[in-house]
Design a protein around this ligand. Sequence first.
Ligand code: HEM
Length: 577
Amino acid sequence: MEPPIGGRVLSRIRFQRCTWDFITTVFYVRGITVTLLSNFVVVEKSDCCRYPAYLLAFINDLDIKNIKQNPMAYLCSLDMLLLSVLMFASVSVFLYRRRSRPVTNWPVFGMAPDLILNAYRVHDFATDLLKQSNGTFMLKGPWFANMDMLVTSDPTNIHYMLSKNFPNYPKGPEFRKIFDILGDGIFNSDHEVWEIQRKTTMSLLKHPDFNSHLEKNIRNKIEKGLLPLLDLISHNQQAIDLQEIFQRFTFDAICALLLDYDPETLSVHLPYNACEKAFTDAEEALLWRHVLPERVWKLQQRFGMGKEKKLTEACKVFDEFIYKCLSRKEEEFGNDGRVEKEETTGLLESLMTSFQGQTGISGDSRRFLKDTILNLMIAGRDTTSTALSWFFYLLAQNPSIESKIRREIENEVGDADWKSLGVKELRGLVYLHGGLCEALRLYPPVALEHKSPYDADVLPSGHAVNENSKIILSFYSMGRMEWIWGKDCMEFKPERWFSEGGKGGVKHEPSYKFTAFHAGPRTCLGKEMGFIQMKMVAIAIIYHYHVEVVEGHMVCPGDSIILQMKYGLKVRLIPIN
Ligand code: HEM
């Protein structure tokens, strides 16, 4: 996996571009100035100091007196004609250069204008830049905004930061500032608080009974929530937003699993639930905090404007929802809020027991528990629902692959009921597994990650970083690099994941190359849970329906920290006989 262009060649190209930009800008300014002078400027020699434009005209050997006396005649002069041609050429070259090159480093504003103009396609914008710069580039923010960021999609850098030199790359204070709503939760913490969070969460998710509990929970949701709703919709030949259905599914499922409370947002009437909707609002605001200077979003936060207003409201909704569930649970155990049972079965009881006395940085034990739950809810709701949405979108573009996956499921089911496919049987479905991995490669739900070095260091790509550097790891771009995944990297090819030698197994890719689940000591703790959930839902749908995207419906990533679809996924369901 070598980056495509050598550093020296790249510097030469950059130097040529800068020179050409300088020349075109000089002609552009000269042309505009002369045109303005010849048309509008009426100046006296004494005004010389007040009008720099006059001086420019003087330098250009133009006769101001003539312009004043007979401007029309001057316009037709040979010099003017020449200038017009030059101006036209320089404007054309300027526009051409702007179009063919994704970013300009402006004086004072750095690359911020391009970043803001491209905010609606920020991940593709980063991918364009990374493709042209060996997989790592420095994004310059405005000089006053402390927004410079080193963006990388180079697997050697990723491996180095996430695994080899992990202690030097905590999430850092910048991450904590942007993701303040996550409080002391696992996503947001470093060092001891993270270690406590990770150890406790791991012991819950790796508990021998967890998978059977999970299987029961998902099966229940599929049979009582998902299938009745899909049956009704397909019977009425209605179009539905499949992304919304998945979000409701995963929200109900994680609440039931974590809080012992199923809000039943996935039912035929699709009831409104403020907490379920608040996740989307919060995640959009968090992405904008990456794009806007800190002072700007802090000002918006202070005056309750724009996305920040929605984020503040979302936080209130989360608090209300989670504290209510906690109170309900505490009441079950006694009025003083302490867990009385020696042995507990549910996840919430286990969390309450494990975190008794833990206060985190906030110093408030109840808040610590709330933060923990909020983080797990985000982990459980959005990643899986997003991955499922992109998977069904890709299947709709590739009906032959959909048929192959359906055949694989039918073979596995045989004469039995489709519901007989349990966690064990899921492992044999390699086509389905490959399809899901492809969706995760091309559209990783967590599309980027932050890092901030503890001490100054040099990355394997040769880029020097120090304790003030902000580093963005673009997982989205990694899945789209030819030098990482080959020339066919943009194709949806589940076969890419078949083990070599045709033994029917799944191919292993190192986590620093396939980064959808992160890598190193902070690897996703819910990978297995996510795959189980996605496979069970995918089987239930593919076995019963062919999914077709509604004609003309636009599908593109939204401006959110999780790679959701901006306009959802409008589909029709055609029953399979
Ligand atoms: C398709 C499904 C999923 C994907 C793509 C995914 C991806 C990720 C990624 C990229 C991270 C690292 C985030 C960061 O450090 O900023 C992460 C961390 C984590 N994930 Fe997942 N995840 C998925 C499902 C789940 C599920 C269902 C759970 C269970 C609740 C879960 C629990 C966690 C936890 C607890 C962490 C924090 C690990 C740590 O910081 O030590 N994930 N996941």
